[in-house]
Design a protein around this ligand. Structure first.
Ligand code: NDP
Ligand code: GDR
Length: 390
């Protein structure tokens, strides 16, 4: 690795954000180290394009096996790499799944953060190493009375987490703040609202929808089972949000920042936007969208308009029931509405998102249509293509 470059260590590098952040830091001339978990099959699809033969000169991207549950491993990797910046993005990040594995989530998402902070202290790197902690809008829990006077969550809004994930992350938030105050560490929380992309994990709601819309348009799928269609989220693009992470660590003083778009959208409206990208328009059976209750079983009708996208749509049986609400996707406690106020980030960090929800949905749909068109070609060529469905 090149000795003169700034060094970054990313936990969670194989995830959505880790992959975009690695790209950004390499573009900025960093040497990038990432921690990946050992798995029984390949888990590096999102970063394979960054990988270089380690025997070449000046390789600036290196992976290390590791896990946030293993202090010895974290201490060793941090000692070896001597990072200027650590981005702690590793987490079991699925809110619904956290109800199934609450102890594991506490260990990884909560205590894992402590392990990183302690490793930096044990190694005497307090003055050298800056730390970014991936905090989340799930800390607010959607408590409407805790929004600020303008109706947003900001850096001063109280927390009220509503899942084992949120509770584990609140430990991560406070231990980061505590180590900053107790030991003068340059450790910051980015309180990021939902952010998505074509690389989003397939079981999060936006990607589940864009994949399904693409498959339905291509005639590969007939039905989509969803959870709470009335949840509202402040959705941005992951590429914009990793830029904010980097900016947070370039400041003179360590502080916490909300990163959000300031707009919120219902899940059902995201569905409509995604389907419209492939020329499919949704309406509810016998009633307008607004009249349907949250927990009802809902049947959608799909109809087609002439939009110029007809070439994508194939063998679709119109007016067939396509989308149903399955209570299995409901959470024991739900976060109904999130909307963030990014004013501090915009004024202090000079952060400005390049995407809006429309361009985000367009990009995700284009990529998912391409993905499944490729599958169709492969299948026609006699190959077996297996992709999991949620
Ligand atoms: P992903 O789920 O896409 O990625 C999570 C990453 O963490 C993966 O690389 C995963 O590895 C790794 N990981 C999981 N468990 C462990 C472990 N025990 N030890 C080490 N690494 C582990 O999440 P995102 O990229 O979307 O999010 C990045 C971070 O930001 C997470 O901490 C998330 O909680 C937080 N966040 C995300 C938001 C969003 O909307 N995306 C919003 C706010 C916060 P593997 O690939 O092997 O599973
Ligand atoms: P979230 O994201 O829980 O906000 O956490 P997710 O996309 O899973 O859910 C968003 C909302 O959609 C509702 N929903 C469904 N969700 C999923 N996954 N599948 C469904 O079928 C479905 N139907 C409706 C959910 O109930 C919820 O209200 C994400 C993660 O990235 C966290 O790691 C991060 O901290 C927060 O965003 C900010």
């Amino acid at each position: 690795m090149n000795q003169n470059k700034k060094v970054a260590l990313i936990t969670g590098i194989t995830g959505q954000d880790g992959s975009y952040l690695a790209e950004l830091l390499l573009e900025k001339g960093y040497s990038v180290h990432g921690i990946k978990r050992r798995a029984s099959s390949f888990n590096t699809q999102r970063i394979d394009h960054l990988y270089k033969d380690q025997h070449e000169n000046n390789v600036n991207f290196k992976m290390h096996y590791g896990d946030l549950t293993d202090s010895t491993n974290l201490i060793r990797i941090i000692q070896e790499t001597q990072p200027d910046e650590i981005y702690n993005l590793g987490a079991m990040s699925h809110v619904k799944v956290s109800f199934d594995s609450p102890e594991y989530v506490a260990n990884v998402d909560g205590i894992g953060t402590l392990r990183i902070l302690e490793a930096v202290r044990i190694l005497g790197l307090e003055k050298k190493t800056r730390i970014y902690q991936a905090s989340t809008s799930e800390l607010y829990g959607g408590m409407q009375e805790n929004k600020n006077e303008y109706g947003f969550y900001d850096e001063n809004s109280p927390f009220y987490p509503r899942s084992p994930y949120g509770v584990a992350k609140i430990y991560g938030f406070w231990i980061t703040k505590n180590y900053r105050e107790a030991y003068n560490l340059f450790a910051c929380n980015g309180i990021l609202f939902n952010h998505e992309s074509p690389r989003r994990g397939e079981t999060f709601v936006t990607r589940k929808i864009t994949r399904a819309a693409a498959k339905i348009a291509l005639g590969l799928q007939n039905e989509l089972f969803m959870g709470n269609l009335d949840a509202q989220r402040d959705w941005g693009h992951a590429k914009d949000y990793v830029e904010a992470m980097w900016r947070i660590l370039q400041q003179d003083t360590p502080e916490d920042y909300v990163i959000a778009t300031g707009l919120t959208t219902r899940v059902r409206d995201f569905i409509k936007m995604a389907f419209e990208q492939v020329g499919l328009y949704l309406r509810f059976e016998g009633s307008g969208v607004e009249e349907v209750g949250v927990l009802d079983t809902i049947n959608f009708e799909v109809y087609q308009k002439t939009t110029g996208n007809e070439n994508i749509v194939s063998s679709l049986q119109l007016n067939k029931v396509m989308i149903k609400v399955d209570p299995n996707y409901f959470r024991p406690t739900e976060v109904d509405l999130l909307i963030g106020d990014p004013t501090k980030a915009k004024t202090k960090l000079g952060w400005e998102p390049k995407y809006n929800l429309q361009t985000l949905v367009e990009e995700m749909m284009v990529e998912d249509v391409k993905l499944f068109q490729k599958d169709i070609h492969l299948t026609k060529g006699g190959h077996t293509v297996v992709r999991n469905v949620e």
